[in-house]
Design a protein around this ligand. Structure first.
Ligand SMILES: NC(=O)c1ccc[n+]([C@@H]2O[C@H](COP(=O)([O-])OP(=O)(O)OC[C@H]3O[C@@H](n4cnc5c(N)ncnc54)[C@H](OP(=O)(O)O)[C@@H]3O)[C@@H](O)[C@H]2O)c1
Length: 337
């Protein structure tokens, strides 16, 4: 069988390898992978910027994939051959809050990832695919989908009638847009591109802001929401957090997930206390929240937004492509029909 392996840090060191098909051991399942999807983290891992000592090379990249269980090892009780499953981002974080012992193994980093024709995983590291989704669509859920879902529900507890601000039109933000609309929120989304903003409107965005043309987009969002937005999914970090602080209103919540524009910044923190704000950092989410997201997607008939599909041979260039930021939604690698 074929898989992509990261042999040492550097995109140029992602190679297509031929290896023996693995067999499931006790408590494990063998999955025929039909599709996998790229997250910004996969690019950082390939570049050697993320992962630390838990990462062993060669590594099969990608946290996110979907496929069919074709064999189960001894003692497997929750999953059977024929089940349609996705990977979970965290293989060991099943429920509750993260602790040092329950959130330590992530797919495509400390454990082998999904850019492979067959994958062996613990049965606790897979979740069922929403009935309404294809494998390509389901492969986008484990990281971007769950991050948006846990930001809005577990952390920010968005209520119908509130206003949610999404930043840019990448994977997390478009899931955030779809979930927020389905939760009954009013949505504001930003982008560097008017063409992408038009597409976001077609997906249901109520208000749009071009953040290149409107550098003070925080104040603009505050005004559009008539007194500040209730919730922001903050993906930008150093270059955007001050604008997010300006965007939120009294008792607003910022789900803090990304550092696309850097990690270190000076902030005027007066807004934090003056507005009674909450800023909650998070790392994707747990299995229980993933299952709730799956149920919500089926109930509301939501379809993840896929920008482009490629094949296994283009795995390395598809990982590199995410850093260019040209995509709208998700980049998917299709491995089998
Ligand atoms: N903590 C977690 O659990 C977690 C989970 C998932 C992702 N993340 C992080 O969250 C970030 C986003 O992830 P993703 O998967 O959605 O990435 P992505 O699909 O690569 O999204 C990138 C998009 O972000 C937008 N963007 C870039 N700079 C921006 C800025 N200054 N202001 C507003 N938008 C900007 C751009 O949208 P336009 O092209 O529309 O301008 C770009 O296309 C990454 O840093 C990722 O590592 C964290």
């Amino acid at each position: 069988m074929r898989q992509i392996q990261l042999q040492k840090p550097g995109i140029e060191n992602l190679v297509l390898a031929e290896v023996e098909q693995p067999e499931p051991g006790p408590g494990e399942v063998l999955v025929k992978v039909h599709a996998a999807s790229i997250n910004y983290r996969d690019f950082l891992i390939a570049m050697g910027f993320y992962g630390g000592p838990g990462l062993t090379l060669p590594l099969v990249p990608l946290s996110d994939g979907a496929g069919e269980v074709i064999e189960t090892g001894n003692g497997v009780t929750q999953v059977q051959a024929g089940d349609r499953v996705t990977s979970l981002f965290w293989q060991d974080w099943q429920d509750g809050v993260a602790t040092p012992t329950n959130r330590s193994i992530s797919t495509g980093c400390e454990a082998p990832g999904m850019l492979t024709e067959y994958a062996v995983m613990p049965e606790s590291a897979v979740a069922r695919v929403p009935d309404s989704l294809s494998y390509d669509e389901a492969a986008t859920l484990p990281c971007a989908g769950l991050t948006a879902w846990s930001s809005l529900t577990t952390h920010a507890r968005v209520k119908a009638g509130e206003t949610v601000l999404l930043m840019g039109t990448g994977g997390v933000s478009l899931f955030g847009l779809q979930f927020a609309k389905a939760l009954g929120a009013t949505t504001i989304i930003t982008s560097s591109s008017d063409e992408k903003l038009e597409r976001a409107r077609e997906l249901g965005a109520d208000h749009v802001i071009n953040y290149k043309e409107t550098p003070e987009w925080g104040a603009k969002a505050f005004e559009l929401a008539s007194g500040g937005v209730d919730v922001v999914i903050e993906i930008g970090g150093a270059g955007t957090l001050q604008q997010s602080l300006a965007a939120v209103g009294l008792s607003g919540r910022i789900a803090y997930v990304g550092t696309l524009t850097g990690m270190n910044t000076d902030l005027n923190l007066l807004e934090l206390l003056g507005k009674n704000l909450q800023i909650h950092g998070l790392t994707v989410g747990n299995h229980a929240d993933h299952e709730k997201m799956v149920g919500f997607i089926d109930e509301h008939g939501l379809s993840p937004v896929i920008d482009a599909r490629s094949e296994l041979e283009q795995g390395a260039e598809t990982i590199a492509k995410i850093a260019a930021g040209q995509h709208f939604g998700k980049l998917v690698v299709t491995l089998a029909e």
